[in-house]
Design a protein around this ligand. Structure first.
Ligand SMILES: Nc1ncnc2c1ncn2[C@@H]1O[C@H](COP(=O)(O)OP(=O)(O)O)[C@@H](O)[C@H]1O
Ligand SMILES: [Mg+2]
Length: 259
């Protein structure tokens, strides 16, 4: 089976601007790919194009050998899940109900076992009976991750393509670590393929197999963390004064801001 997602020459215009400008890339099965770039670079937009939530003005995406637009909606929903930057809900639902909603593409049967497993995996068991609207931002993010994993659950683990837009933005240190360790563990199994927008370059450097750097709608750097997280690259595309050193435990690059 073709286990890749390829994008060829994607372009998207908003107003007078190309917010995505001739982007070509490949995501490989079993990879944890981090998408980085400054504010407004087009990361969220690119994630929506790659996951089929938006159609490009030009260019094409192929998921597992089939044009993304040709996938029947329900089949696609069983194969890829998306956690957006913000998820506002109009209804006052409980956490279990929201996670169970992730099972919608799989038909009407109740699958409480899956919901329970996913809540445990994401450390959300204690939130199960809470109303979603009463949760903190970080707790809501963890529940959204649980919902996405439920959506992709097959037999005993999630399978397919998971897109996450800044899933750690409201998480404390412990939960940042838990989330990235979990994503890493699930991708190493080879059945889950992850593309995650991260603002924290050090999280990206520590956990991503590959990093894509977007700037003004263009893919300006990509490669292993040590190929992308380098002082001149970060200084050039972020405009920030930084010094990149090495993580003492893993040897991964580590970005320090200059005071
Ligand atoms: N509907 C829209 N109309 C006009 N500009 C838009 C629209 N959607 C996105 N943009 C612009 O496209 C650029 C990329 O947005 P986005 O993908 O959200 O960036 P990022 O996630 O990297 O911060 C931003 O400059 C944003 O203002
Ligand atoms: Mg964004």
């Amino acid at each position: 089976m073709d286990n890749t997602l390829t994008a060829a020459n994607l372009c998207l215009q908003r107003g007078q601007r190309w917010v995505i400008d001739d982007v070509s890339l490949t995501l490989n099965g079993g990879e944890l790919v981090a998408l980085i770039g400054p504010n407004g670079a087009g990361k969220s937009t690119l994630l929506r194009l790659l996951s089929g939530y938006l159609s490009a003005d030009a260019g094409a995406c192929q998921l597992e050998g089939r044009a993304l637009g040709q996938w029947p909606a329900e089949t696609l929903s069983r194969r890829r899940a998306v956690m957006l930057q913000q998820t506002q809900l109009r209804f006052d639902w409980s956490v279990v109900a929201i996670v169970a909603m992730g099972r919608a593409p799989w038909g009407s049967q109740r699958e409480t076992g899956i919901v329970r497993d996913v809540l445990a995996l994401t450390g959300c068991d204690e939130l199960a009976q809470r109303r979603y609207a009463t949760l903190s931002g970080g707790e809501q993010q963890r529940v959204q991750l649980a919902r996405c994993l439920a959506q992709l659950w097959r037999d005993s683990a999630p399978e397919g393509w998971l897109f996450l837009d800044e899933p750690t933005s409201a998480l404390d240190l412990y939960h940042q670590q838990q989330l990235l360790r979990l994503l890493k563990k699930l991708t190493v199994s080879g059945k889950l393929h992850v593309c995650v927008v991260l603002h924290d370059l050090n999280l990206a450097a520590l956990w991503a197999d590959r990093i894509l750097l977007l700037h003004e709608g263009r893919l300006v750097a990509q490669g292993l963390p040590q190929q992308v997280i380098k002082t001149p690259v970060i200084a050039q595309w972020y405009g920030a004064e930084v010094q990149v050193s090495t993580h003492p435990g893993s040897g991964a690059p580590h970005v320090f801001l200059c005071a």
